[in-house]
Design a protein around this ligand. Structure first.
Ligand code: SF4
Ligand code: SF4
Length: 349
């Protein structure tokens, strides 16, 4: 359905229009004309006035023909330097500039694809819900357009809390995100596969000689693709955080594993899988989890617990001192999940 020649022409047309940050007016106007010709209602917000650009963010709405919540699609209109006077050539299926400027594929390829998508939807009478296309200004100089976007022009489909949760989770772009794994120059972020699961988190309480174990919440693991960071390889350059599409910082927030004993010994915090046993240390305190027959044994300086290896529920627990105290088993569950997913992983064999 995609008209490849038309897509090539659209991209060539777009890269031929200069649009450095703060001078997106020309290209915005051209996109507006094209999309209005395809039936869109367009708006330009006042972000440009606030950040010194010659135009604002362009918002285009298409009603679609299906009663479903709207879908927001986004691209940015500005380019980095040197991006003026681009002369693009297309040979053997590859676009290049003449070498004196950038090409501007970031992000005009996305704009071209969005335009082609609307054309394909329209000319094939396909069924689709409302679309809201947002073309931002000044992305290359600190996402300024997005930061000043007039959200009253956008349909809110999430509450503020839901939006924050969405921004924090690890996205599955396409089938798998993995951007942090691909952009790391040291191959320190590694993706692994896990079964989605829904686990009850428990709290064990000791009062005198009585021990009680109660469920206190749930932990949902909804995505199959997960990331670990290999501490021996990571130099904390921060590149993966720059490219992560959410507000996560993969090298800081993903479980940090060491594959050398020296790396683990020198680390303040991290995991190591040694002969099938998962070790964790944090600020001089250690936790160990290992599989014996049909049980996981979880050990800290305070407790020894026997866990079900599938549900991670406590089968038995012993407190190592006589004080009245309680412990939440959330980290035992996290270690159980990591152990289950990674005990046979190629890096730790
Ligand atoms: S941490 Fe960020 S870059 Fe890495 S997989 Fe998750 S969303 Fe993608
Ligand atoms: S911070 Fe670490 S994981 Fe991230 S890109 Fe740099 S070396 Fe790779």
């Amino acid at each position: 359905m995609v008209n490849a020649d038309r897509l090539v022409d659209t991209f060539k047309f777009l890269v031929g229009i200069d649009s450095p940050s703060k001078k997106e007016g020309l290209i915005s106007n051209e996109i507006k004309i094209i999309l209005e010709g395809l039936g869109a209602e367009t708006f330009v917000d006042d972000a440009g006035k606030k950040i010194g650009s010659d135009t604002g963010n362009l918002i285009a709405r298409l009603k679609g023909n299906k009663a479903v919540p709207p879908l927001l699609l986004n691209a940015h209109m500005d380019t980095v330097s040197p991006g003026e006077g681009v002369k693009a050539t297309f040979k053997d299926g590859v676009f290049t500039s003449d070498g004196s400027t950038i090409l501007g594929a970031d992000d005009k390829s996305a704009i071209a694809i969005l335009i082609e998508t609307i054309r394909v939807l329209n000319e094939n009478n396909l069924s689709y819900g409302p679309l809201e296309l947002v073309f931002t200004i000044c992305e290359e100089v600190g996402l300024l357009g997005a930061k000043h976007l007039d959200f009253s022009l956008i349909t809110e489909t999430l509450t503020e809390e839901e939006a924050q949760n969405e921004a924090q989770r690890c996205l599955q772009c396409d089938v798998i995100c993995n951007i942090c794994a691909t952009v790391c120059p040291n191959r320190a972020n590694v993706s692994y596969l896990i079964e989605p699961m829904d686990i009850i988190i428990q709290r064990a309480t000791q009062t005198g000689n009585i021990i009680q174990v109660r469920g206190i919440g749930r932990f949902y693991l909804s995505q199959s693709f997960q990331i670990i960071n290999i501490g021996d390889f990571c130099n904390e350059c921060g590149n993966c955080s720059t490219f992560c599409p959410t507000d996560g910082e993969p090298y800081r927030v993903k479980p940090k594993f060491y594959i050398t004993k020296q790396g683990f010994d020198e680390a303040g915090q991290g995991y190591m899988l040694l002969n099938g046993t998962l070790h964790f240390k944090n600020d001089g305190k250690f936790e160990i989890l290992s599989l014996h027959d049909d049980s996981l044994i979880y050990e800290t300086s305070d407790i020894t617990a026997i866990l079900n290896p599938r549900t991670f529920n406590v089968k038995d627990i012993r407190f190592k001192n006589n004080d009245n105290c309680s412990i939440e088993m959330d980290h035992a569950v996290k270690m159980g999940i990591l152990h289950q997913a990674l005990k046979d992983f190629y890096l730790f064999r």
